[in-house]
Design a protein around this ligand. Structure first.
Ligand SMILES: C[S@@+](CC[C@H](N)C(=O)[O-])C[C@H]1O[C@@H](n2cnc3c(N)ncnc32)[C@H](O)[C@@H]1O
Length: 407
């Protein structure tokens, strides 16, 4: 962001703070032509597709500046919401790369499928053979996506392919192609065989499952339902869950709200009984099945429940020593209100959106919770996305009074 000719700010993608640049300005946006005076924080972009591919916009910041910038996104959101908290340095959790990606496909007039990511500032597909931020287990994902898309060429609708690396092979869920006829399904089954894919589904409906996809959650082996949410990197899931497991050590009864397929629950169940609540019944069942088939885990129970409409109430929460909640980007306002009114001793809030995290944290603080730690976690290398985790402890009325007296 820089002052434009009219002194109103102009957003110039790929320019860094403090730089002097030559840009073609159109309204509030500028097209970077040349960097005249580079920032001392500027480094060379590591990816050859930088600035053409729309995927990874923030590659030219030095590691230290990048870490401070992402941490700053969390600091700003908390400050804006009026929540006082020390924010830890950014934890890099890229591990060996992304184990899940959504590729886009579009078809040209000759019926050729173009598959890849969107180009920067455009609706054109940027085709690439390899993406450096994908995990090695995603090798072959782009080639498989291209063959699948080509088999759907008659379809013409814009298509998305969600590809997840599982330990039994790639798991592909198609979005946007509608109901397929017999011949197209047969062509896709042939691609699955040739490419040795684990599964292909069409918007959650399994078309072919050659092997059940498997993902490890601690000691448990989960078969996620098609197109299921999964933390973007295995290292990210490990980073987030290890903070929660450590914060909840000693807890005997825990709850995992917005539990998905049990990333937190199945690890916590190594030491504690866990209750899960999640709106997606298929994800919840996958978690419960994994819990039941993993020797040595404590009891894991669950309820398919819409926590926006029907949050777990303070009276229901009383039996838990610790609760983790990990909602979608919209956050968990209703659930945070009820958690704030409970006396659960320890709460972990996990989020992919600093703004809604800050709003929910403010509710917890207003309800008598103290912020013990806030840790930003980076799974989405080179993107403006940041995950974060906050640990909160209930301050009893007596302890609160004592703290006030002590200043
Ligand atoms: C960010 S994911 C977290 C999943 C899991 N904790 C994990 O780490 O893999 C959010 C989860 O919230 C679930 N969800 C979305 N809206 C919900 C709602 N209204 N009530 C309950 N669960 C919901 C989604 O299905 C998804 O599993």
């Amino acid at each position: 962001m820089a002052p434009g000719p009219s002194k109103s700010p102009v957003f110039v993608p790929f320019a860094l703070p403090g730089e002097e640049v030559l840009a073609e300005v159109d309204g509030e946006r500028g097209l970077l032509i040349e960097v005249l005076k580079p920032s001392p924080n500027r480094v060379a972009a590591p990816c050859p597709h930088f600035s053409t591919c729309g995927g990874c916009a923030v590659q030219t910041l030095s590691a230290a500046a990048y870490g401070e910038w992402k941490r700053g996104l969390v600091v700003d959101a908390l400050r804006h919401a009026g929540v006082v908290a020390d924010v830890a340095p950014l934890r890099a959790a890229w591990g060996d790369g992304r184990r899940r990606a959504t590729f886009h496909a579009r078809f040209d007039a000759r019926g050729r499928a173009h598959v890849g990511f969107m180009e920067a500032r455009s609706h054109t597909i940027f085709e690439l053979d390899a993406c450096p931020i994908l995990a090695p287990d995603m090798a072959g994902a782009l080639a498989a996506a291209r063959e699948i898309a080509q088999a759907l060429a008659g379809n013409e609708k814009p298509l998305d392919l969600v590809v997840t690396a599982s330990r039994t092979g790639l798991d592909v869920d198609l979005r946007g192609c509608g109901k397929l006829d017999f011949h197209t399904e047969q062509a896709l089954i042939a691609v699955a065989q040739q490419r040795d894919l684990a599964r292909i589904s069409n918007h959650g409906a399994v078309m072919i499952e050659r092997r059940a996809p498997e993902v490890l959650c601690g000691r448990a082996v989960v078969t996620p339902p098609p197109g299921n949410f999964l933390q973007a990197t295995a290292a990210g899931e490990e980073a987030l869950t290890s903070v929660v497991v450590e914060a909840f050590s000693g807890a005997k009864k825990c709850a995992d709200l917005f539990s998905g397929t049990g990333a937190f629950a199945l690890r916590l169940a190594e030491k504690a009984e866990v209750f899960c609540a999640e709106s997606d019944a298929a994800a919840l069942n996958a978690c419960l099945r994994a819990a039941n088939t993993t020797p040595g885990l404590r009891n894991v129970t669950g309820e398919a429940r819409d926590l926006f409409m029907r949050p777990v109430l303070p009276a229901e929460l009383e039996k838990f020593d610790a609760v983790v909640f990990d909602p979608p980007r919209a956050g968990a306002e209703a659930q945070a209100r009820d958690l704030a009114r409970s006396s659960v001793p320890k709460i972990a809030a996990v989020s992919c959106n600093p703004q809604t995290f800050a709003r929910d944290a403010r509710l917890l603080v207003a309800g008598g919770y103290a912020v013990e730690s806030v840790i930003p976690v980076d799974q989405f290398l080179y993107s403006p996305h940041v995950e974060l985790i906050g640990i909160f402890a209930k301050v009893s009325a007596r302890a609160k009074k004592k703290r006030r007296l002590l200043g």
